[in-house]
Ligand binder design. Structure first.
Ligand code: SF4
Ligand code: SF4
Length: 130
């Protein structure tokens, strides 16, 4: 506090040259559909957890994309992986996989690649016909 009795807020500018992008790059590699996100907020509007808490999935994945990881790991625990966000996303972003992999990357656990059940079934059908 200075002698005038007020403090000056920290700047909120983001210097993209100083951001470490390794975590974002890893996430985009695991969930390529995230590149299609337009930040519309449909996922947050439909979110079950957002109805009961201040959890905001759009804000979380935007912060992750900007390399602002502080506090995200704890916030992501509020997601119950119900998948409603996945159903409403107009860009087909695999938000559930996004959440699971953000959690894993932030806690240094081996990430997972999520594939739709129909793809896995189609592959096993092909195998059985060989
Ligand atoms: S609904 Fe889809 S496109 Fe919109 S912010 Fe959420 S993830 Fe991005
Ligand atoms: S999966 Fe998580 S982020 Fe998506 S709607 Fe459900 S609680 Fe919200």
């Amino acid at each position: 506090m200075n002698k005038f009795g007020f403090s000056i807020s920290q700047g909120r500018q983001i210097n993209f040259d100083e951001i470490k992008t390794d975590k974002v790059d890893k996430l985009l590699e695991l969930v390529p559909s995230f590149k299609l996100c337009i930040g519309c907020g449909g996922c947050t509007a439909a979110c079950t957890a957002a109805g009961f808490t201040d959890y905001n999935i759009r804000r979380i994945h935007t912060a992750f994309q900007r390399g602002q990881y502080t506090g995200l790991e704890e916030k992501l625990q509020r997601c119950m992986l119900c998948g409603k966000c996945l159903l409403v996303c107009p860009r087909g972003v695999n938000t559930r996989s996004l959440i699971v992999n953000m959690r894993r990357i932030l806690s240094n656990v081996e990430p997972v690649t999520w594939r739709p059940q129909r793809e896995i079934k189609a592959e096993s059908n092909e195998e059985s016909h060989k």
